[in-house]
Structure formats: structure tokens, C-alpha cells
Design a protein. Sequence first.
Lengths: 183, 183
Amino acid sequence: MKFCSHCGNPVIQRIPEGDSRVRFVCDHCQTIHYQNPNIVAGCLPVWGTKVLLCRRAIEPRLGFWTLPAGFMENGETVEQAARRETDEEACATVNNLSLYMMIDVPHISQVHVFYRAELANLQFAAGIESLEVQLFEEADIPWSELAFPTVSRTLECYYADRITQLYPVRSEALPPSRGIKKT
Amino acid sequence: MKFCSHCGNPVIQRIPEGDSRVRFVCDHCQTIHYQNPNIVAGCLPVWGTKVLLCRRAIEPRLGFWTLPAGFMENGETVEQAARRETDEEACATVNNLSLYMMIDVPHISQVHVFYRAELANLQFAAGIESLEVQLFEEADIPWSELAFPTVSRTLECYYADRITQLYPVRSEALPPSRGIKKT
């Protein structure tokens, strides 16, 4: 940020009065420009014993596999965002969404939220941001070709929880759990 | 937003190519300025049968009671934000935070996240944004003087769940549950 989005004058970085953090501040119109974390919302779409993954057609991580997910938009609920991203990336409809993972990614100021969801039917296809969309059995998950650690972690937890059929809502932060070994 | 924060030229509102939503776009430097929801993180600090509330010293809702909560900052986890806000608003230390409520407030593009937490000790005091901080028994909660519907809703759920001592993580949106009657 170099210029004030309100008046167009240059901003400076300083700690505003009564604050404890450095902000972008406009000393012309006195606007303080706060910057806050973003939510990435997505689904873990399930069909029987299979899970739906999308191969990314865009950077970052072009060519790698992901759960359908993306930035939540203003005016949405987190669940609506997860549903919309699943529609956009996998042209898929999902039902019975259950909050499952909330994973902090503080080094990039993001919070990733995943819902377990039932795929409504077998009508799915690559959306504009996907190269292909495919159902995977656990044994076929391309672990080394997953796009993001939060996707790997969500799938790891899902397969661990599937043994007991209990799916507690999980809240954790990356990277402490990144190195967890799959059992 | 009137000016590009990157180059200082005026922005316009249009749907960028490949997008489906109106964004602020700078046709001078081609920057697209996305605007996304914010996370408000807070705690429900418990001491035995009592809950800690803060009376707000700032707008909005000056003079009304709230759970300690505020905007999550870049570089934090949601839990760190909840802990920091509890320290800032109530000068209180909390332990054993458990994710409890994720409440969408889509009309103002916010997601409110509350943790149940144990107050570490009886050392608390009004922070700079609070007029007073006080422990309340359920019978004394100032329901008609609570600052925000997400605070009311979180307390309603807490007292309902306290009967069974089971506190499932809840995910819901305002306003559908706003009119819920306390039983």
C-alpha cells in the first residue's frame, strides 16, 4: 500500500495514537487503513468411500490436487462460500455441510475452513480454475501432489476420523502439525 | 475506495475479466482490489459458575456489555486473537481455550468466532476500551444491555449447553437465530 484509497495522497507507516501496531495511515485525510486476515472456505466432498479432488489450472500450485476452496467474499456466510467454491471449481453440488476444520495459516494471514459435505450426485466437471476433477479412494489419494498443507491435513484427519465415524470439529494452526506422519 | 492504493490513480467499479463480481479496479496499473470479510475473535471467560463481561467504552454500542472480542490481526491465529482481545479489553488471562461458536454476520461481512475459556485468576480490570469488567451469574446477565447479537447468541448457547455439560462447536449465521427465545 502506497497511496490512500480514500483521498489518493501517499500513506505512511506508523503506530496510530491509542494503537499498538504499525498501520498504513493517511495524514492528509486521517484514514487508518487496517489490513486483516482472509478466510479461505472449502469442502471435502464425499461420495460413498470416495473423495472429490480438483487439479489446479492456476497458480499457485498449478497441476497439484486440492479440495475445492477459495477466498470467502463479502456478503457470504462461510458455508455459502464453501458451497460456491465447490460449484465453481468442480461444477459439483454438495449437501449436508458440516463444519470440520478451522486451520490457521498465520504466516500468510489466512484461516482455512473446511466442511465435510455429501456430493449430491455424480455430475461434476472441471471448472475454469481446474484441469480435472476426480473421485479418489483413500489408497489412491495423490499425497505427494497435494497443493496445500491445509488440504493434506484435512484429508489426514478425515481418514483418521473415518475409522471411528466420529468427526469432531478441529481447530489448529499450521505449521505445528505439518510434519505429522500418516498412520 | 476511490483511489488505487498501489499507484494513486482513481479506481472504477467493474467486473474484471474472468470474474463474476464487481471489484474496485485500477485501469492505470491493472490492480484489482479485492475486499473480503473480517474475523472478529473473542472469548467466553468462565470462572466457576460465572462469566466475565466487559462494558464498552467505545462506539459502537458504548455502555453495553460484551464478551471480550475484536478484529483478528494479520500474523495471528484466531485463538491468539481471542486471547489478545481478552487481555486488552479485560486485562484478563485465559487458559484452555476451546473453539465454541462460529457465527456468520454476512450483512456486515464479518465472521465472529468465540472460544470457551477458563479465567486463570481473579486479576481482571477494565482495559482502555472498557468502562468496567465484571463476573456475572446466569441470573444476573444483563440480557437487554448486551452489545451485539452474536454475544447474546453465544451466551444463550452456553447456558443451554451447560445443563448437559456438552459444548458442541456451533456454526450458524445471523439473523436466522436472532429471534430465538431463551428457555
